[in-house]
Write a protein that binds this ligand. Structure first.
Ligand SMILES: [Cu+2]
Length: 164
């Protein structure tokens, strides 16, 4: 009885996660949980996070991304150097080795949505096209998730960003 109650509680706790999870599969590529953060009015930049799995037996490189909601999308890498979080564009793209998953997440690789004409709003789904060096493209939607505790941290993270 006790175990069952615990199980139900656990299930309920997991439900919001299950509800917001979404993933896309095309050919040998799987894109899991593409998401973003709301942006304050006047902020020109937003972020894009997702996990890319390459199920083929050759390396694939993410070379470009596009969305109608941003003037330009760059692939960035964040790193800590001399105690300062900085980011730089990955001009050669981001390689997903054969059979592996690469995660774009806070404090790591991410997509930078630049030149936003309008703020990104919580609850919105942002269409995004990912292009790979194989010529493949994958169409996904970034879900704009609420600014929670982790979101505040992310905002601070980006205010500390400087371009190289
Ligand atoms: Cu960035």
């Amino acid at each position: 009885m006790k175990v069952k109650a615990l199980f139900v509680a656990l299930l309920l706790a997991l439900m919001p996660v299950l509800a917001s999870a979404h993933d896309y599969t095309k050919g040998n590529l799987n894109i899991d949980h593409p998401w973003s953060r709301p942006t304050p009015p006047g902020t020109p930049m937003g972020v894009g996070y997702l996990a890319i799995t390459n199920t083929s037996d050759v390396d694939l490189t993410l070379t470009d991304a596009k969305t109608p909601r941003a003037g330009h999308v760059s692939i960035h890498e964040s790193s800590m150097r001399d105690g300062v979080m900085s980011m730089k564009p990955m001009k050669q793209g981001l390689t997903i080795p054969a059979g592996e998953t690469v995660e774009l997440k806070p404090h790591g690789y991410h997509l930078m949505l630049e030149k936003l004409p309008e703020p990104l709003v919580e609850g919105e789904r942002i269409p995004l096209t990912l292009k790979f060096d194989s010529g493949e493209t994958v169409q996904v939607e970034l879900s704009v998730e609420p600014l929670d505790g982790g979101g505040m941290k992310q905002t601070m993270d980006h205010s500390g960003h400087r371009m190289e």
